[in-house]
Design a protein around this ligand. Sequence first.
Ligand code: URP
Ligand code: ZN
Ligand code: ZN
Length: 464
Amino acid sequence: MTRLIRGGRVVTAADAFDADVLIDGESVVAVGSGLEADDVIDASGCLVLPGLIDNHTHLSMPFGGTWSCDDYDTGTAAAAAGGTTCIVDFCIQYVGGTLADALEEWHGRADGAAHIDYGFHVAITDARPEVVAEMERCVAEGVSSFKVFMAYKGALMVDDEQFLAVLEQTGRTGGLVMVHCENGDAVVRYQKEAMEAGNTDPRFHAWSRPPEVEGEATGRAIRLAEWTKRPLFVVHVTCEDAVVEIQAARDRGLPIYGETCLQYLFLTVDELARPGFEGAKFVCSPPLREKRHQEVLYKALRQGALQGISTDHCPFNYSGQKELGLGDFTKIPNGLPAIEHRLSLLYDGAVRTGKLSETELVALTSHGPARIFGLDRKGTIAPGYDADIVIFDPERTQTISAATHHMNVDYDPFEGWEVRGAPRTVLCRGTTVFDDGEVVSKPGYGRYVKRSLFAPPGRQPVPA
Ligand code: URP
Ligand code: ZN
Ligand code: ZN
């Protein structure tokens, strides 16, 4: 069947222009005028954007004795409602386990449940030699990126020896290493200091992980990547201290890349000081920062030091999950719900205010992540690409609330925010998955995407 999106303004990472989009089956086949099709979708007054890619999500992630509360059904439905048509989720190796076991488990969760397309990164938490050897098989199966954590000591953290082993192995197999940059030893020291002084409330989560802790780890990670001659992607960059390290590395010509996340552009550390235990709703790592860091992040996004804005969606209910940390902030599960609101918030809060252009918005939420993470058929609207498309109404208003959002979590960090601009219709591979406020896809429509190896846009892969 052919479908035509008629009368909208197409925005890609390069251009914005009035055009119709013709879809045949799962793919875009033409962009232009005078086109006809079996089914016509009127997009007048709307922007027609490539579906967003969220390369940083944690669905049903084990953390601190509990699990993030969106699974592949609810999490991808919420993503679709917000204009995201593909996620790359973190598959976490259990300490002592294998990467194959982890991947089998994550495939089992996603298969038959996802509303939109998905891929996996593997987070390596226990880089034993036989585990490092498994990376080759992962790449062959389309898992072309590997994350290591420099924080969460005693749980997910690897030491520098293990980090180096993972970097070196990508020199043989190809693939991109992603890194969570916080000095995990320093965090433990500050956590102990706070708890011993009786400082147990959520504010001390941020106090124990200051920007210096992120900046130091970012600089160290970059040095290890430089030493091993490997590209590196720094996840969830929050602050000037980290941006300075990434910018300096790029100025030295190194293939260092990075992202920030929605929450760091819109929320500040002040949220952790909400009355009672409410601040726990805003506990994530690295923590929210002072407002001044937001301008640094926007500048880094505009000038190319950072190439993406993801969500790091990792939701925990306030009731019964965040509350695990009552009286001990170190036990608050880390993470925020954010998968649903990225496009609307960025359009209203960044594009409308002139902090980002429409094309930068697409570059940072779709095209850039597609190229960096090897999603070869996604990230733009052009013949031959998947028909992953958002028809976005810039005038549609919404008030964000846990009462109406699609995420399976009992609060919303943006509760009560009034936003102008919302997806009207969302297509994933030519099929409508969200329309006029309703998720209309069935669980299982979403398909696993094998990703190709990282190659910097327009350049050859870094030689091993
Ligand atoms: O607080 C966060 N970010 N939770 C998810 C795990 C991670 O570090 O990405
Ligand atoms: Zn992380
Ligand atoms: Zn994360």
